[in-house]
Ligand binder design. Structure first.
Ligand SMILES: Cc1cc2nc3c(=O)[nH]c(=O)nc-3n(C[C@H](O)[C@H](O)[C@H](O)COP(=O)(O)OP(=O)(O)OC[C@H]3O[C@@H](n4cnc5c(N)ncnc54)[C@H](O)[C@@H]3O)c2cc1C
Length: 372
């Protein structure tokens, strides 16, 4: 059970989080089936402050910590990993403006981003996501007080419904030739939804910038600092993503245990077989260890560089989510592969944890570079 640490308004806020989670649970199957974001769900997420979890209250956010943000994301993932994914990516866009935006950009964009308009972070391109420094081809050419953007971003969460995109473009050559822009949808952005196997309904899409005119004032930090902004935005977001994996594992465990207590085989409940008990023991252990590690990293995240620890959390959590969803499907036997149950969706969603926000190989690369 999630116990948010929020001071005096605990019960009211917890109640509203629970209400949103309940709503998401009723919609999760349809979101997956239609591969479509749910407008009512998005409205309720904004209405209840979940789209500005860490933004300070003076910008209209809840001003909560990474510890609380992780718990909220985890809880959403227990009913819909896809919605949890959208929420953390949106908060990632908010956090990028909070961390790298100037006061004018914060005043201009944060009020609507935390209250009504969806955001996305667009770094990956058809030419690659792992090697950001070399793969970015989106060109931004300066003309007077604006830049003209042309190119394509790929696999962008929230793309279908986002009004604002934090995107990395090429303004020069090499690592110093990348720049981050806040682009408004109406500036000249064309979006195409992607049909996916996992995280369906998280608005995943391809974005084409066609002569998109973006004011020079919309650059985060300054020209040439795009790689630093991209990497620093991704790093803490991996911690939030690890909370998605934890939520998946927790829910898969609960579904598996509950089914194993009911299902009979050879005249016994299947939970009475030691082989089954060992599988459950394995997931339960993984959940406790991963939760403790995520909490530890989250406590450090508000005021420390957590690049390596967040990579470890994401790596660990992806492994756990895959294993837990695999076991949950297996314990359900044939029923486990019937379409659109939580465990069947989780099985598909869990694999994306290996890929999105940097692949597991990239997490190992970050960790090993720090060790060597
Ligand atoms: C559901 C989902 C949501 C996503 N959301 C977003 C989003 O909101 N914004 C965004 O910008 N991107 C997003 N992405 C894209 C994601 O970040 C990229 O897919 C990911 O970074 C990998 O990039 P790639 O697909 O181009 O694979 P590549 O970079 O082409 O890699 C292909 C394979 O080669 C491996 N590899 C590459 N280099 C090395 C190396 N040096 N050593 C060992 N192995 C290596 C990789 O690990 C991978 O297995 C999302 C992806 C998914 C699946």
């Amino acid at each position: 059970m999630i116990n948010l640490i929020l001071g005096e308004n605990v019960s009211e806020f917890e109640k509203s989080v629970n209400e949103v989670v309940n709503l998401v649970e009723t919609r999760a199957g349809e979101i997956d089936r239609n591969n479509e974001m749910d407008k009512l769900v998005i409205e309720e997420l904004f209405e209840n402050g979940l789209m500005g979890v860490m933004a300070p209250t003076r910008h209209g956010g809840l001003g909560l910590s990474y510890v609380d943000a992780c718990r909220i994301i985890e809880k959403l993932a227990t009913v819909s990993p896809s919605v949890a994914h959208s929420v953390f990516v949106h908060n990632m866009a908010v956090n990028a403006i909070l961390k790298f935006g100037n006061e004018e950009q914060k005043d201009r964009y944060l009020p609507s981003l935390v209250s009504e308009k969806l955001g996305a972070v667009a770094i990956t391109e058809p030419s690659g996501g792992s090697d950001v420094a070399n793969a970015v081809r989106l060109r931004a050419v300066k003309g007077g007080n604006e830049y003209i953007l042309n190119g394509t971003k790929m696999f962008i969460t929230n793309a279908t419904h986002a009004e604002f995109f934090i995107t990395t473009a090429r303004t020069g050559s090499g690592k110093e030739g990348l720049t981050t822009f806040i682009v408004e949808r109406e500036d000249g952005v064309k979006v195409k939804k992607l049909d996916t196997g996992g995280m369906r309904g998280s608005g995943l899409g391809t974005i084409r910038f066609v002569d998109a005119e973006v004011p020079a004032d919309n650059i985060l930090v300054k020209e040439g600092k795009g790689l630093k902004v991209a990497l620093s935005t991704l790093s803490p977001s991996r911690l939030l993503f690890s909370a998605v994996g934890l939520g998946i594992a927790e829910s898969c465990f609960n579904h598996a245990l509950s089914y194993a207590k009911k299902r009979e085989s050879f005249g016994n409940k299947i939970v009475s077989f030691q082989a089954i008990q060992f599988m459950l023991a394995d997931i339960a252990t993984g959940i406790e260890v991963t939760r403790a590690f995520i909490s530890h990293v989250a406590e450090l995240a508000d005021s420390n560089d957590i690049t390596v620890l967040a990579s470890m959390a994401k790596l660990r959590s992806a492994e756990l989510a895959k294993k837990a969803s695999d076991i949950a499907v297996e314990l359900h036997g044939g029923y486990g592969i019937l379409s659109n149950t939580y465990v069947e969706r989780a099985y598909r969603d869990a694999k994306t944890l290996d890929i999105a926000e940097g692949t597991s190989e990239m997490m190992k690369l970050i960790i090993s570079r720090a060790l060597l």
